[in-house]
Design a protein around this ligand. Structure first.
Ligand code: BES
Ligand code: MN
Ligand code: MN
Length: 462
């Protein structure tokens, strides 16, 4: 049977099996879901085994386990290491979901007339890594697997992959490969295939500003003592100037400016600012002077408050000057910024701008290096040829704004480049309520992946 016949005949089962995976709330951030996370690892292992992988195992780490499996057909052929993550983000705010996050359902939308699967993790990343298992099953059952393949599906991506570097260091031989293949990013839209060639890095800090040693009556003390929330807000406001440049000293020192040519190339990717604004209901955009919106969201670093709290936030009014204020601040980084350096610069800067009346603490939560894949790499060329076949259009290379910290580790620890052949859409609402993944995208991925293997093996044997 041809691969395309196999895929068509098994389409419904491919969707039902993904549903089984989506029903498990594998939330890595919340210890209460530990059992479900472990169950998910078991189910992934079972699917890998059924698809035809050998040496399937659940590798324990000090945190959540990594599922491994392989099919080695010939040591002289290239080896592709497939990476994905079976953990998901918490579903909150749960009230905003139209249907429950762990009860997958297919509904049509304007962007997905063929239907989309609604569930937490549908796109990020269960639906996307599962395409690789189904593509592998297809190749096994149609005798078309052209090279060696290894799978490494982890359970801690959404909490920073904190144990993965050590796993890579301890298992260099087991993970030896020629390239890493990942579907955990997106395409520009279903008519405009694209391949992500850059990811931003990340430095994530939590800050605390402490004023008086207890909450105070805001009438008795107000006006004469430091209010940590007021002060925190002033400090945060000062982190950007009128051009929305980040004021942290040294922040831009290592930023690589793109050439005019590269920026012109980027501008060829379609972007409609009015539609963009409408899609998220904003009446204006914001950002750094001198750069357009797609540039601000991909090739420029950022600083954003992700959460801020302190004082009284319950119902009604409580007249109080809080003792403590906190905020979570993330900085997205671009080549050649290093998360360690930026975290240190931020820490020094933030402490230096604090008034003497308060105590300030900065705690680093996690970080990740930015990464880029050269389009000359044979695996990029193979991904491009594969997508051109299935979409009927050559994909455009583009830089994404998100982060997958482990991609830099693949290069540093295993010496491997990564190809980011993802099929999601920005509108798929990853990390948001009503996350979904198009049936079109899911099936397109399953069709494209075997072609990647074919082209990559051909290119490598030349
Ligand atoms: N799959 C995403 C990253 C992504 C999505 C990159 C779309 C490009 C396009 C990944 O699961 C993710 O959410 N990463 C986190 C970083 C992590 C350290 C929590 C992120 O980017 O915030
Ligand atoms: Mn992801
Ligand atoms: Mn994610």
């Amino acid at each position: 049977m041809s691969t395309s016949n196999y895929i068509t005949q098994n389409k419904d089962r491919f969707i039902q099996e993904l549903f089984d995976l989506l029903r498990l709330p594998s939330i890595s951030a919340d210890k209460a879901y530990m059992k479900d996370v472990l169950k998910t690892a078991d189910l992934v292992a079972e699917f890998l085994r059924k698809a035809g992988a050998d040496k399937v195992e659940i590798c324990s780490t000090p945190g959540l386990p990594i599922v491994y499996g392989e099919k080695l057909i010939d040591p002289n052929l290239p080896t592709v290491l497939v990476y994905g993550h079976y953990d998901v983000q918490p579903p909150d705010p749960i009230d905003l979901w139209t249907t429950p996050p762990f009860e997958p359902e297919i509904r049509t939308t304007a962007i997905h007339p063929e239907g989309a699967i609604f569930a937490r993790g549908a796109c990020d990343d269960k639906g996307q890594f599962f395409m690789h298992l189904k593509a592998f099953e297809t190749m096994m059952n149609t005798n078309t697997l052209p090279c060696n393949v290894k799978f490494m599906i982890e359970g801690e991506e959404e909490v920073g992959s904190v144990n993965l570097d050590q796993f890579l260091k301890d298992n260099k031989e087991k993970l030896a490969a020629d390239v890493v293949l990942v579907s955990d990013t997106g395409i520009i839209n279903n008519e405009t295939p694209s391949i992500t060639v850059g990811l931003r890095g990340l430095s994530y800090c939590e800050v605390e500003v402490v004023g008086p040693n207890r909450d105070l009556h805001s009438g008795l003390y107000g006006g004469g003592v430091p209010n940590p929330i007021n002060i925190l807000c002033e400090m945060i406001a000062s982190l950007k100037d009128e051009d929305q440049h980040i004021t942290v000293k040294g922040f831009y020192d290592k930023v690589v400016e793109l050439s005019k040519e590269e920026r012109t190339g980027m501008a060829e990717a379609p972007f409609n600012q009015e539609e963009f604004k409408k899609s998220i209901d904003i009446s204006g955009v914001e950002g750094e002077t001198g750069y357009n919106v797609p540039e601000r969201m991909s090739i420029r670093p950022t600083l954003d408050v992700n959460g801020i709290w302190g004082g009284y936030t319950g119902e009604g009014a409580k007249t109080v000057i809080p003792s403590v204020a906190n905020a979570k601040i993330s900085m997205r980084l671009v080549p050649d910024q290093s998360p360690e350096e930026i975290t240190k610069l931020f820490q020094e800067h933030f402490e230096s701008i604090a008034p003497k009346s308060v105590k300030v603490k900065v705690r680093a939560l996690h970080g990740g290096q930015p990464a880029v894949t050269p389009i000359k790499h044979p695996a990029y060329q193979a991904a491009s040829a594969a997508m051109e076949e299935t979409f009927g259009k050559k994909p455009v290379p583009f830089r994404g704004g998100g982060s997958i910290p482990i991609v830099a580790s693949f290069e540093q620890i295993l010496g491997l480049k990564t190809v980011l052949m993802g099929f999601g859409l920005d509108s798929d609402a990853i990390h948001s309520p009503n996350e979904h993944y198009g049936i079109f995208n899911y099936m397109k991925g399953i069709e494209t992946i075997p072609l990647f293997y074919k082209h990559y093996t051909e290119l490598m044997s030349k």
